[in-house]
Write a protein that binds this ligand. Structure first.
Ligand SMILES: [Zn+2]
Length: 286
């Protein structure tokens, strides 16, 4: 073939290659929503730890909804019926134990299950909505906890070391200052991945697990009272694998599937301004 014939073919191949890589990129760039706020924890700094730490490990960009510190606040973002639609995943790090509006709480769960959008639950999210007379929130989580032990060091023991979420997580992980949640019920749909012994209740409590509820995958950990429990590679990488697992984007060896890799691990400076803190939720299309 002469160059005159080959050249248009090369151009065509180049255009096809570029456009298919753009499609692949679009597919794997995830959009996450972090819902946070409420009682008892340093949520402004935890926003930074979660959004930056997870984006370093997963190809994800964030919107953040930070609500007030009262225990009875109904996070305004949930009032829009379609709030969840712009997102691939929602991370709940909220602490609103005194909200009692059943329709409101069940509406949050329905947004996840009707749209099959995975949920991640951290620490006080487990205690949120515990005074509402409905178990739907806890069924989505897979366990019920309504109280915690005193502040003690924790020995976190991996139960399922073969599970891809636990690949790379220490078999025994020491938390110098912890606050263990008492687990009162575990639904059959949940898969416990790690536990810790509670010195107050003198028994083990599952503290890392997966769940599947009405076709929606969720991943949860009760570990995360103090910022230092979260701001380290063991916790952040475990959370990242949990995020990827809920999205079907985690390889068996615990690495992200192609295209889901993050920007690369580095130290998170809590003193520096946080670029994600004012990224308000995307208005859902009606
Ligand atoms: Zn706490």
């Amino acid at each position: 073939m002469t160059y005159r014939i080959v050249r248009p073919l090369l151009v065509l191949l180049f255009v096809l290659a570029v456009s298919s890589s753009l499609v692949a990129e679009e597919k794997t760039k995830l959009k996450g929503l972090l819902i946070t706020g409420g009682c008892c924890h340093d949520y402004p700094n935890q926003i930074k730890i979660i959004t930056q730490g997870l984006s370093q490990r997963v190809n994800i960009e964030w919107d953040v909804a930070l609500a007030g510190s009262g225990k009875d606040i109904k996070v305004p973002v949930y009032e829009n019926h379609d709030w969840i639609k712009p997102y691939d995943i929602v991370v709940h790090n909220e602490c609103y134990g005194s909200v009692t509006d059943v329709a409101f709480v069940e509406g949050i769960v329905k947004a996840h299950t009707e749209n099959k959008i995975p949920a991640i639950f951290i620490h006080c999210s487990m205690h949120s909505y515990r005074n509402a007379k409905t178990d739907k929130w806890r069924e989505l989580i897979g366990q019920r906890s309504t109280s915690h032990e005193g502040k003690h060091p924790l020995d976190v023991v991996t139960i399922q070391s073969d599970h891809p979420i636990m690949k790379g997580f220490p078999q025994n992980w020491k938390v110098d200052r912890g606050e263990l949640y008492k687990i009162e019920k575990t639904w059959d749909t949940a898969t416990p991945l790690a536990k810790a012994y509670g010195v107050d209740t003198k028994k083990d409590h599952v503290c890392i697990w997966t769940n599947e509820y009405e076709g929606t995958k969720t991943f949860s950990t009760t570990l995360g009272h103090y910022n230092e429990t979260m701001n380290n590679d063991a916790w952040l990488s475990m959370m990242s694998r949990g995020v990827l697992w809920t999205l079907g984007a985690l390889n068996e060896d615990g690495t992200p599937k192609a295209g889901y890799e993050g920007t690369g691990k580095k130290e998170i400076n809590l003193e520096a301004p946080n670029p994600d803190k004012d990224k308000k939720p995307t208005p859902a299309k009606k």
